[in-house]
Design a protein around this ligand. Sequence first.
Ligand SMILES: [Zn+2]
Length: 183
Amino acid sequence: MRMHFLRIYPKVVMGTRPLKLYAWCLKPFTKFLMCGLFSETTDKVPEFEDLQFEAKSSKDSAWYDVALFLAHRKTSLGEVEVRVRFIGYGAEEDEWVNVRKAVRQQSIPLESSECRSIVKGDLVLCFKESNDEALHFDAHVVDVQRKQHDIRGCRCLFHVEYDHDQSQEMVNLKRISRRPRYL
Ligand SMILES: [Zn+2]
């Protein structure tokens, strides 16, 4: 979508009434540039003490926010594991998780203006609701149906496929968090 706009833009400006057309065609771009390009700039690297983590439970493959790191150990394969306390859960739910595969910086909820930063193929953390549970799972964006935003914000629909069970569904932006992006 971004390339599409950028390709058409010079042709319009080069037209017979460049100034008028320029102003006319720039208007939609302002909003587009603001929400499309600028929001894709990389995130500021947080100070270490500001870092917040999420960890993947081996019980259900869902990601939970980490309250505490309680201990660490090395497996016989030389991999480091940490024992985590999940936010909102007690000691009975503590788990040993692999640092490399199952601990990462917390995913970031999206504002409506950032919706264009989510594109086909992206890894996102998606809130999945079923009859007996509502959990956050890794999912990949299969397709995006862009809709006109209104007073309620983003109305776009995101077709996602969950990594852990390959199930698919259409979700709105509120159910998606993105991964931090750094240079
Ligand atoms: Zn949107």
